[in-house]
Write a protein that binds this ligand. Structure first.
Ligand SMILES: NC(=O)c1ccc[n+]([C@@H]2O[C@H](COP(=O)([O-])OP(=O)(O)OC[C@H]3O[C@@H](n4cnc5c(N)ncnc54)[C@H](OP(=O)(O)O)[C@@H]3O)[C@@H](O)[C@H]2O)c1
Length: 301
């Protein structure tokens, strides 16, 4: 039987690499990349509007993960502009490209983020919750709006509101570990802010699930048990068997990291995966302790 073709944008990134590795045995995966030169990659340059249409023909699905990395020492004006434009203009270009194909894909799984909800203290945020305010929230709303245009082409569209992805291979976890390993870990700010997280393996499995299940609309790609920063700190300290006595005050974070620090580290987002659970998706790592023990024990991912 011929394997169905899936296009993955951002397939060279943290999530993309794990997804491509997991999907490759089952599907014919093509990575749409500005730079990759592997036999299965297709060159595109969304900022210049360049892509070879023929390479996209016949795809059953598109998973759209591409976008300027949001982690940076400071969000300068030009960094913020790249974060926004790479997502909004990049997604617009992708959907305009899909419109030109003779056969449209069945499904577009388009990345978004739980930053959609803004900072909301301890309120539980399901997919029906309204967007918040602030830069990341505005980016997510505009990003989802562009992806939603694919519905006019008859494509099923999933907006993947991803939480903080926990992986040993990059992203937020490795830099978090270093201060703890040195015995310099501690809560950030009041420690009461909620963090919605997901183990990389569950994120990849949820994308696999959404490729085949007839689900349309927003999906919170987060574990069922978001934690406060205090709980995150305690769990990390327990697993690493190190003290966590040195809190990082909010004012220091604001001073050192500006808007990026307040948005990513002090914001409180308590998102829950209401739709994934009601559709029968089963998490392998529902609790933070289980996820971190899995990631930090030798020989497992
Ligand atoms: N990691 C997380 O914790 C997390 C949390 C919430 C949401 N998300 C979202 O999930 C998606 C994937 O995350 P990730 O951590 O895998 O991201 P990543 O490692 O930063 O990779 C993103 C990919 O996007 C492409 N890219 C980078 N800058 C670009 C630009 N200016 N214009 C167009 N393409 C660009 C790159 O691919 P090429 O160089 O090959 O073109 C890169 O490999 C992102 O959209 C991210 O916002 C991630």
């Amino acid at each position: 039987m011929t394997r169905r073709k899936i296009i993955v944008t951002g397939g060279t990134g943290l999530v993309g690499r794990a997804l491509v590795a997991a999907l490759s045995p089952t599907y014919d995966i093509r990575v749409l990349s500005r730079s990759a030169k592997t036999p299965h990659s297709i060159r595109w340059d969304p900022a210049r509007g360049e892509v070879d249409l023929r390479e996209l023909e016949g795809a059953f699905a598109v998973v759209h993960l591409a976008g300027e990395n949001i982690a940076a020492l400071r969000w300068t004006k030009s960094k913020k502009n790249r974060i926004l434009r790479s997502r909004v203009d990049g997604t617009r270009f992708l959907v305009d490209t899909l419109a030109k194909l003779s056969a449209k894909p069945e499904v577009l799984i388009a990345s978004s983020a739980n930053g959609y909800y803004g900072s909301q203290r301890a309120e539980m945020l399901a997919e029906t919750s309204p967007p918040g305010t602030g830069f990341l929230s505005d980016v997510c709303v505009a990003w989802e709006r562009e992806a939603a245009r694919a519905r006019d082409l008859g494509v099923r569209v999933v907006h993947l509101r991803t939480g903080l992805v926990l992986s040993r291979d990059g992203g937020a976890l490795p830099p978090m570990l270093l201060p703890f390993r040195l015995g310099l870990g501690g809560r950030i700010g009041s420690g009461k802010q909620f963090v919605s997280w997901i183990h990389m393996a569950d994120l990849v499995r949820s994308i696999q699930f959404l490729l085949e299940a007839p689900i349309d609309g927003a999906i919170n790609a987060v574990a069922p048990e978001p934690v406060t920063n205090n709980e995150l700190t305690r769990t990390l300290a327990t697993i690493l068997r190190r003290p966590a006595l040195l809190p990082v005050p909010s004012f220091a974070l604001r001073f050192a990291l500006g808007e990026m620090g307040t948005t990513l580290l002090l914001a409180s987002i308590r998102a829950v995966p209401e739709r994934l659970l009601s559709e029968g998706f089963q998490f392998h790592y529902p609790t933070l302790e289980h996820a971190l023990r899995g990631l930090l024990s030798r020989g497992t991912r």
